[in-house]
Structure formats: C-alpha cells, structure tokens
Design a protein around this ligand. Structure first.
Ligand code: BQZ
Length: 672
C-alpha cells in the first residue's frame, strides 16, 4: 500500500458549539485585590479572645500577625467586609496519604492541599486580572526585583508571619523545601516541583531570614514566577519535617520521611487558613481556623471568616450531587455525564446552590508512553508498544480511528462538548485555530496506515499482529477510576479501536495508584484530564514538553536518566524553553503558534473531547468573585479566595463540628 499523503488525512476543525458561558469577571489590577501594610488595630472572633487570649494560652492577635500582614481590599470583595462564623462543607473523591505534601504525599485533593499550602506566589485569582498586567500575585513572597543583567531575582518574604503553631516562617523553610526536597533526587514532591521546573542550572540562596535570591541562566525569565505558585513552590514546616529527613536523621529511609506524618497525625503546622484537627477514615477531615493566619481585611479582621472546613471523604460524583442537593457546599462540575441533571436541579427556585458555567477548560487526551529507553521498566510487549507509539503513522491511525464527536456525545448531549484535536484548548489566550492541524475520523485510512507499517492480522483472529508473525497487538490503557468520565472515555477508546483490529485492555486504577503509575511510567496509553498548561500555558509550562527528565506526563528519563526525545519533541522543547526565557508577548504568542502546529501535526497526544466546567456553590456564601472559572491558572478552591468568603449572620448554618475551638499542638489529639 502506498502511504496515504498526509494532506488527504487532515481536514477542517469544526468550531466548538456556541456556549453561553458565565458572566465575565470584572478585570482589575493586582493592587486592587491586596497590599501588605500595618493597620492601626486588629480583631479576631470574640471567642478566640475570651477563651484563649484572656486565658493566656494564646498571644494577642496583634502579636500573632506579621509586621505588615496581607490586606485584602474591600473594593475587590463582592459583598465587602465579612463576619466570622460557619463552615464550608467540601465533598472529595480523594483520600489523604498523609501531611507531608512537600515529601510527595497527597491529602486527597479537592482543595485540602490548596488550603494548607501557601506558596511564594499565587495565580488562582489571576482570572480577574487585566491581561496586560498579568503576572503572579505576591503571597509568601511579598515583593521582588530583578538585577540589572536580568539573571538574578531577589525576593522579599513576608516578615514575622508564623506557622499555625506559632513557629516563625522564614527562609529556613524555603531553603529546606528547595535543597532537601526539590533538589534531593530521592524526594518527589507533588505537582512537578522538580529542579528543571525552575530552569536547568537555576540556583537559590537565602541572603537573610526574609530575603532569598534566585540566579537563572536566562535573562528575566518571568515565567518561573508562575512555577513559584501552587503546587510547585509551597514550603512545608521545616521545624517539623526536617528532623525526619534522612539527611538529618540518617536512621530514617526516604520512605519513612515521606510517611512520617500519616493522616492520623493531627494539627500539622500550616501557613494556610485552616489546620487539620480531625480525621475519620473514609468519613471526614475537619479543619479549624489557623490562629496565626497572616492575612486580614481592611478593618484589621484576621482571616479567615469561616471558622471550619469539612472534607467529606466520598466520591467526586457525590460532590456534585451533594452540592446541588445542599448537603455539600461546593463543587467543580467537571464530569459531563452529570451536567443535565445538575442543571435541571439548579434551575429550580428552591435550589440551595448557584451553578455557573465557565469556558471550556476541561479536556481529555489519550497520552502514549513515548519512552523507548527504559522509563517504567517495560517488558518485551510494552517495549514493542512504545516503539509503535513513537511511529507517527501509528499515532495518526489511532487518532483518525477515534470518533471524537461520538465520544463527546457519549458523555452528554447538547452544546457542551467539542472535538479536541489535542494541544492548547480552543478559546484560551494562546490558542490559534490556523496553527491547529486536525485529522478527522477516517477508519478506512486508519486501517491502510496500519497495513503500511506492517501491522496486519496474520493469524485471522481479528487482531492485527506485530510484523514478522509477531503476537497480537495488545495495548493497555490507564485511567482514573475516581472519575466516571475518565473510565467512560477510556472505554470509548477501547471500543473504537476494535474495528481497527487493535486490542486495547483496560488498566483502570484509583486516583493515588493512577498518579503513582503515571509518575513511574508504568503505562502504555493513558486517558488523562489535561492540566492547566493546556488552558493558560503560563501555569505548568514545563509540562508542555520534556524540558527535563521529570516534567512530561508521558515521556520521562529512561534508565540512563536521559529523555529519548523524538525530533519533533526536541523542537517543542526548544520552543517551550524560548517561551519561558522570553518576556516579549508578541514573540510568546508566535512561539505558541509554532508549538500548536508541531504538536497537532505530530499528534503528540490524541485529543479526545473538551467541555466547560461549572462552579456550584451554596447560595449562603458571600464574596464569591463573579466569573470565577473552575479551572484556569488553578482550581476554583484557589480562584475564589476562600479565606475572604463569609456567610452573613442571618444565613449561617449550625454546621461547625468543633465550635469555638482552635488547633492543638502538632501531633496532638486534635482541636483544643
Ligand atoms: C479539584 C482539584 C483540587 C490532580 C485533582 C485529582 C488528582 C489529580 C487534580 C478538581 C481534584 C478535583 O482534581 O477533580 O475538581 O477540586 O482536585 O486540587 O484529579 O487525581 O492528580 O492533578 O487536581
């Protein structure tokens, strides 16, 4: 068979169906949202004063705050200054592995780690920042300046802030995170906090307890300020973690360090607004207000307004159900199968929750393991599959055997889903349709391509064989059983490969196991919900290409530590590195057009479907920013700035499980 010329396989990418998204945010400057300054007086909930300060077990609030706390400006708060009280009842599908986030443990997602882990900068709320002023917000780093030659970035940490147990936050915490977690090859912090995430050859040093200095190879790589936000630069409590780290406690293994603070360990010190004080397996995590939280409103009220946070340990689908029903308070509606019912219930006047759709920022792709030099220690079968994955004609055949329209409609009918060819999402800042190559559904041409590379059914059992009378082509597909959408789409891919004569076998795993298998490279194919790098580009940028041995989700370093990138991948790496080192917006936009063209022309991943998410929040809450997307630079748990959210007194529920209590001592039994 003559190879079918490429131009016959490409086609016009249909525009996504019109979808009336949510109300647009009011675009502001970062200085409209917050500033750092000393206020003449500070306040706290009355019961904190009467039960703790007056009893002498807690210093007065002014002594618990930094010299210049972060001050949220009233003008940016939709309902203004709030009142104390009530709880936000989250429902999540994950489960806590333990509290050592920087050691690589998940707390179950769903906003727990986002609430605990304060990071050098913050990007979630950037959805409402003017496009021409876009840069990460200050957070633990309150200001920074570049050196004349642009290679050095000096950052000033907030001074006098404390962990929730009263221990000082300072550069020791930052350097422990950087030296003994990010740069210790035996530690794998969560969310891709790897050295190359901050640029190969980048160094960091502490100049004094509140000043750190980055030194970069590139000139003014402002891009790295995004990597200093949540998930990749959120220091942990070094006074608690360091004593368990093998470098300081040689009798400990790295596994023992990672697992030194199991879910039962209560009151882990945090910089976030709430501290875990109760854990009931498969039931609930309860968190109480951090009495040292370093943020206030313009009247000097120490935040958060909400005294308590719940994380019901259930399923992600149940999160939607409970938020719509009113027994839960929050959900990111992201599994399209439940859209119609959620919309119907929320349209009723008596509906307890507001449901607001955003842009199409949820998307799924089929990622093929492209490593042929040992990542994940493949056996002979898996190695053969990887060689196939690295063959463009094979990826083309798989891509044009996928009927994306039908896949999307299998989740939900209506104007929600759109054909997704892979790469940057339509409708986002750096997307350019003209740069996007699309290979429409063409099952006949798919078969011809496979014939052309020698995959034919030599033993007549309906499954194509590897060349020279090899075994049947059998491929496993990894998917996350925590989400019905993940496994439904994977089942759809399995079914659509049958007429092509490729046997795909389900390898469906729960969230933590799935995350571990992906990190370890133990998969052939993976149906994965794409990250913020495909939505914003500036968040998670290092994940856009194998810019280092541990940055890509589907192509990492092999047994010799190097990534055996394909030629087009090297082009993507070069483009991403240029993007990161450029501060010229026109050049960055042009680079992303090149990226999108090379990515989609080479079918770097097989895009499947994309659709909008919807934020569901109980109507009693105030200060929910208009137009908050469930996912853009980060998830809505960060975007809505929960520490400013409050419930007006006349609407407060009686949901607090530990009213008028505060976190106890680290490792202690719970709230006191
Ligand atoms: C949102 C998010 C907050 C992780 C997780 C989970 C993990 C992935 C991803 C989402 C959950 C919710 O997403 O689905 O709506 O609440 O937690 O962190 O899918 O398995 O590893 O990347 O963020």
């Amino acid at each position: 068979m003559l190879a079918i010329p490429a131009q016959e396989l490409t086609g016009e990418l249909p525009d996504p169906p019109e979808f009336a998204a949510l109300s647009e945010p009011t675009f502001v400057s970062i200085s409209d949202i917050l500033e750092y300054k000393a206020l003449p007086e500070y306040h706290e909930p009355d019961w904190v004063t009467s039960k703790y300060v007056d009893a002498g077990t807690l210093p007065p609030v002014a002594e618990r705050l930094p010299k210049e706390p972060m001050v949220y400006k009233t003008g940016n708060m939709p309902e203004g200054i709030g009142v104390y009280g009530d709880t936000m009842r989250h429902v999540i599908g994950g489960r806590p592995e333990g509290w050592n986030y920087i050691g690589g443990q998940s707390q179950g997602w769903g906003g727990i780690d986002i609430g605990l882990s304060e990071c050098l900068t913050r990007t979630g709320p950037l959805f409402e920042v003017k496009a021409d002023e876009l840069e990460p917000m200050p957070n633990l780093a309150k200001s920074w300046e570049w050196s004349e030659d642009g290679h050095e970035l000096t950052m000033h940490l907030i001074e006098g802030a404390k962990w929730s147990d009263g221990d000082a936050f300072d550069a020791d915490d930052v350097m422990f995170f950087w030296n003994d977690n990010v740069n210790d090859p035996n530690v794998t912090p969560l969310n891709n906090a790897t050295p190359e995430t901050f640029g190969v050859g980048t160094t960091l040093e502490a100049l004094d307890p509140y000043t750190i200095k980055w030194t970069f190879k590139d000139v003014r790589p402002t891009q790295y300020l995004y990597a200093m936000a949540y998930g990749s630069f959120c220091p942990g409590p070094s006074h608690i973690l360091k004593p368990e780290h093998p470098k300081y406690k040689p009798s400990n293994t790295y596994e023992q360090y990672k697992n030194a603070f199991p879910p039962e360990y209560m009151n882990i010190p945090v910089m976030g607004a709430w501290v875990p004080v109760e854990y009931r397996p498969d039931d609930i995590i309860v968190m109480r207000r951090n009495p040292y939280y370093w943020k206030v409103d313009e009247n000097g009220n120490q935040l958060p307004y909400l005294n308590e946070m719940h994380y019901r340990l259930s399923t992600w689908a149940d999160r939607d159900v409970q938020a719509v029903a009113g027994s839960g308070d929050f959900s990111n509606l992201e599994q399209a199968e439940s859209y119609v019912e959620a919309l119907r219930r929320s349209a009723e006047d008596s509906a307890p929750a507001r449901l607001q759709f955003g842009a199409r920022t949820i998307g799924y792709a089929l990622e093929m393991n492209l490593s042929a030099n040992g990542w994940g220690e493949p056996d002979e079968r898996a190695q053969r599959v990887r060689e196939l994955n690295r063959n463009l004609d094979f990826r083309k055949a798989i891509s044009i055997a996928v009927d994306r329209q039908r896949l999307g409609e299998s989740l939900v009918r209506g104007p929600f889903t759109a054909i997704y060819p892979g790469g940057l999402y339509a409708g986002t800042a750096y997307y350019d349709k003209a740069s996007t190559v699309y290979y429409p559904y063409n099952i006949e041409a798919a078969g011809a391509l496979l014939d052309g590379i020698g995959l034919v059914d030599t033993d007549g059992n309906g499954i194509r064989n590897f060349p020279d009378g090899g075994p049947d082509v059998e491929i496993t597909v990894l998917a996350n059983t925590d989400y019905g959408t993940d496994t439904n789409l994977a089942e759809g891919v399995i079914a659509q490969m049958e007429p092509l004569g490729i046997r795909v076998i389900a390898n469906f795993q729960s969230g933590t196991a799935r995350d571990d298998m992906q990190q370890a490279g133990q998969f052939d194919w993976h149906v994965r919900r794409q990250g913020s790098e495909m939505v914003s580009v500036v968040q998670g940028t290092a994940q856009l290409a194998p810019t280092g041995p541990r940055t890509s989700f589907f192509h990492r370093g092999g047994t010799d530590g190097t990534v055996d990138v394909l030629p087009f991948e090297q082009e993507l790496v070069d483009i991403v590195n240029k993007f990161i080192s450029s501060s010229d917006n026109a050049e960055r936009a042009e680079l992303m057009k090149q990226y999108q063209h090379i990515y989609t022309e080479n079918i770097y991943t097989v895009g499947l479907t994309q659709y909008p998410g919807a934020l569901i929040i109980n109507k009693r809450f105030a200060n929910i920013p208009a137009g908050a997307p469930i996912f853009m630079f980060n998830w809505a748990e960060d975007n809505i700035i929960r520490e400013r959210v409050f419930v007006p007194e006349d609407k407060q529920g009686d949901f607090e499980l530990h009213p008028e209590t505060l976190p106890g001592k680290p490792g202690g039994a719970g709230p006191v």
